[in-house]
Write a new protein. Structure first.
Length: 169
């Protein structure tokens, strides 16, 4: 079965980063996506914004915490996860979140439009996170995909300049 989510949106707040007792990093963001349409009956333009809770783990969480900020635009790939728990009143509660597998920052820290891609499943040719000393600059930077022989192959990130941005801010 397939459980895959792809989102492009803007952060509503700075990432919240915490560390588990094991030392693993966990970062949570709120990502806004929106859609626009024209009402067929009134001709009025309408807009609907959805807020998504996105969770990053390990090195990807550290990268998200360091480079993403409120208002940052990001492309996230991951999967949907629904958690169930009991509230203080004994009622079952549910929350749905996106567990991120990879992330592509669509704007740089200085806002000049650079991109950087992180995450991915290395066993499937995904992208590995850069070392802690590397930082995105005004030009696009990304980690190289890994192949089974351990060598690196360069690959260009997706090009989104022709994407019509319907983000609410």
């Amino acid at each position: 079965m397939l459980n895959k989510v792809m989102l492009i949106g803007r952060l509503g707040a700075d990432p919240e980063v915490r560390y588990l007792p094991s030392g693993s990093a966990v970062a949570t963001i709120r990502l806004a996506t929106s859609r626009r349409w024209k009402d067929k009956q009134t001709g009025e333009r309408k807009e609907e914004t959805e807020w998504h809770r996105v969770v990053f783990f390990n090195r990807l969480a550290e990268i998200a915490g360091e480079y993403l900020k409120k208002g940052s635009q990001a492309y996230v790939e991951g999967r949907i996860r629904t958690q169930k728990w009991q509230g203080q009143d004994g009622q079952d509660r549910y929350s749905t979140e996106i567990v991120a597998d990879s992330m592509n920052m669509l704007d740089s820290r200085s806002g000049s439009g650079g991109t950087a891609e992180f995450g991915g499943d290395q066993s499937q040719g995904g992208y590995s996170a850069p070392s802690s000393s590397s930082r995105p600059s005004n030009q696009a930077k990304q980690a190289a995909p890994k192949n089974d022989s351990g060598s690196s192959m360069p690959s260009a990130p997706p090009h989104y300049d022709d994407f019509d941005d319907d983000i609410p801010f």
